[in-house]
Design a protein around this ligand. Structure first.
Ligand code: SF4
Length: 705
């Protein structure tokens, strides 16, 4: 029930905001205020939720911030706004929330929450320096010279107070391999009992969110927190009203959070080095429970390595027998040979080998726990059996070993069943070989992932939260939300709404299919059509974005363009996104031609208004690659349920991706421009009409015949 007082507070806040910015009330925003307030204050509904598709130009951040904040205040909750992109987080923190606070004259406590991996861990960097200084090559994690220099630089700047330990504030780009060595995660962080807690950048930042009314974060941190049971890094779900912006990405993010992998041979090599470290540690004089645990660990590693080695050999031999099964072989995004299993295809002998490792894994993990406790006691006691420094470093090492074991166990469990439960994907990557025929020398890497996130989200989030708002510019397909509900596990009773957005598309732009556009199945003719179109862009006062669906085609086209115009191109393959956008902006501010070559990641979350983007070229309809093992498994499962995977899955996903790509063009009421489609299938195939009709109402050119 919404009180009159709350209604009037929300209305007054909105009016004050409009006065401040000199704007007019927008119908879409007003609708959002009403729908969100009504949903969140409907306290007789457990865990109330609402889904809103708000077209570009609605001003949706204000549409959810005002009711989200005011309802949270009324209910005594915190608001967690989770986005998929950093740029939207920055917009909320640097622009939208300060503007709202200024206009209402009320302080709004808003804080950014990032995961542990975005902060230096003083303990871990100390440990990494220690390991790098060890002489025994078997025991150290080797660092390259540039990594060593970076670690020393970070250590010095952090301890001198020149740097706060926030990785995003470090001046240089950071080597990705270094990040797990200098940051902690939930498994190896010592939490509030850590001796470095006073100087810990993560906990110092974490403490600041306790008092925040609005916490800005990303989908990943919400999902990580939920995986820990909720309330560990962010507020407990029952104390939080979640607002998921860019919610069309949430299902995929949730799936990737549950994906596991294990490279069998490499894991056994690591187990052997752990065995060696355990032997070394046994000689250090630890007594009591720690000594007993070391003794047991010494004996328990072989019972794991043996079934893993057997599984490795059995898998290699079995993959050899599957050589002719070309339907199930494909290439992974990184170019490795990939074999995807059908449900029920795993031979029972192999599932049995995997299951033999489960008990030894569990025993080892329990003993590592005992050992870690013993080392912790020594690390905190100057009069303990071990030197505190040595105990501290060993503790960090054993902690990490335990996490690695737990992850491996989770994967092994999912491969110990011949049947999968529901839509679950299992696949093998052949590492260490170039040709499939060399399978005997390969080190098989086993993968597992649920192909649908609905159940997990239901259990951990939708049934626990104080309330949730999901919004994005692309959630409905042909005005229906059923695919989104299925992917996210939302009940059919969840209310949903569509707001058309604030732009006059018919007058602001056109969507064009040139007569040289072809079906991309003929790759040579398709390359030619792209090159023909690019020739219409060079040398113009124009900002353009050309979207490719494959890295190979992007490279091919880049190689094929005339070298005299190549300098007008900024390729995603040549530089990072931040640098690329910076260069593009500079060129466009000087009115030079600037053409961005990008892949799928450039079709979302990029905001290039005005002269920065006047043409979007879509080279190919963005159907998911049929080789993606998770999507392929889900498609197979959908077919087994009696539906057509193309219409139930492939087409809806392509529609959302196409709308996201097209949505890059018009970002404000002043923007004008053109979307060019170079994939004739939108005109020649029966499904093309549905894709076209789901797009904003641009003038259409070249679609008549
Ligand atoms: S609490 Fe300790 S272990 Fe955890 S991140 Fe902070 S310094 Fe690292």
């Amino acid at each position: 029930m919404v009180s009159e007082q709350l209604k009037s507070d929300i209305r007054n806040t909105y009016d004050a905001f409009l006065d401040q910015v000199g704007g007019q009330a927008r119908r879409g925003q007003m609708q959002m205020l009403g729908w969100i307030t009504k949903t969140l204050m409907h306290t007789s509904t457990p865990n109330p939720k609402v889904v809103i598709e708000a077209g570009t130009g609605t001003g949706k951040t204000l549409g959810y911030l005002i009711p989200g904040l005011m309802c949270a205040r009324a209910l005594g909750k915190q608001v967690v706004v989770a986005t998929a992109t950093v740029s939207l987080q920055r917009q909320l923190l640097d622009k939208d929330i300060p503007l709202l606070a200024d206009s209402t004259g009320q302080a709004i406590e808003a804080k950014l929450a990032k995961g542990r991996r975005r902060y230096l861990c003083p303990i871990r960097i100390e440990h990494t320096r220690f390991e790098a200084g060890q002489k025994d090559e078997q025991l150290i994690r080797p660092l390259s010279d540039p990594q060593r220099t970076m670690v020393e630089g970070m250590y010095t700047h952090f301890h001198s107070g020149d740097w706060n330990g926030d990785l995003d504030d470090w001046d240089d780009s950071i080597d990705r391999d270094l990040i797990p060595m200098i940051t902690s995660d939930h498994g190896n962080c010592r939490g509030r009992r850590c001796e470095a807690i006073e100087e810990c950048p993560f906990y110092n930042a974490r403490d600041e969110i306790d008092d925040a009314e609005i916490i800005i974060t990303n989908h990943d941190l919400v999902l990580s927190d939920l995986a820990l049971g909720g309330g560990v890094v962010l507020p407990a779900p029952g104390e939080a009203i979640y607002i998921f912006d860019e919610a069309h990405q949430l299902a995929d993010k949730a799936i990737s959070h549950q994906t596991q992998n294990l490279q069998l041979g490499a894991f056994n090599d690591w187990l052997n080095s752990l065995a060696k470290r355990i032997k070394e540690t046994s000689k250090l004089g630890l007594e009591g429970g720690g000594k007993a645990a070391l003794g047991r660990l010494d004996r328990q590693i072989t019972p794991i390595t043996q079934p893993i080695a057997n599984l490795h050999d059995a898998m290699s031999s079995w993959l050899g027998q599957q050589m002719g099964d070309s339907k199930r072989w494909s290439q992974s995004a990184s170019g490795l040979h990939l074999y995807r299993l059908a449900p029920g295809q795993l031979p029972s002998e192999m599932a049995h080998l995997a299951s033999q490792a489960i008990e030894p894994f569990k025993l080892c993990i329990a003993d590592l726990d005992t050992l870690i406790e013993a080392l912790k006691a020594d690390a905190e006691n100057a009069n303990g059996e071990l030197d505190t420094e040595v105990a501290r470093n060993l503790q960090a090492y054993m902690n990490e070993s335990k996490i690695r074991m737990e992850r491996a166990l989770a994967l092994i469990k999912s491969w110990s069943r011949t049947q999968t439960q529901g839509p679950e994907a299992r696949w093998v990557l052949m590492r260490g070989v170039e040709r499939r025929s060399e399978f005997e020398d390969a080190d098989p890497e086993l993968w597992y992932s649920p192909a649908n996130a609905a159940e997990g989200l239901q259990e951990q989030l939708w049934n626990q939260c104080a309330g949730a708002v999901l919004c994005s510019a692309t959630l409905a397909i042909s005005k229906r939300f059923d695919k989104t509900y299925q992917a996210l596990g939302l009940g059919a009773e969840t209310p949903c709404f569509i707001i058309d957005g604030g732009f006059d598309y018919a007058n602001q732009g056109q969507i064009v299919m040139p007569d040289y556009a072809v079906e991309p199945t003929d790759s040579e003719a398709h390359d030619k059509a792209i090159l023909t179109h690019l020739d219409t862009l060079w040398g113009r006062d124009l900002g353009a974005l050309v979207l490719f669906s494959s890295r190979a085609q992007l490279s091919r086209i880049y190689e094929a363009i005339d070298q005299r115009v190549a300098s007008q191109v900024l390729s995603q393959l040549a530089m990072g996104k931040g640098a690329l956008i910076g260069h593009h902006q500079l060129r466009r501010d000087q009115r030079q031609t600037s053409v961005i070559f990008g892949l799928q990641s450039y079709s979302e979350g990029i905001d290039l208004p005005g002269h920065l983007l006047e043409e979007v070229v879509i080279t190919r309809l963005p159907f998911l690659q049929p080789d993606d093992p998770i999507q392929a498994t889900y498609a197979e499962w959908v077919e087994a349920q009696g539906q057509r995977a193309f219409s139930a899955l492939t087409l809806p996903l392509a529609s959302i991706r196409l709308r996201q790509a097209v949505g890059r063009l018009i970002r404000s009421e002043q923007d004008t421009g053109q979307v060019t489609l170079l994939d004739r299938r939108i005109k020649s195939k029966g499904y093309g009409r549905q894709l076209l009709d789901d797009l904003p109402g641009f003038r259409r050119v070249g679609f008549d015949s």
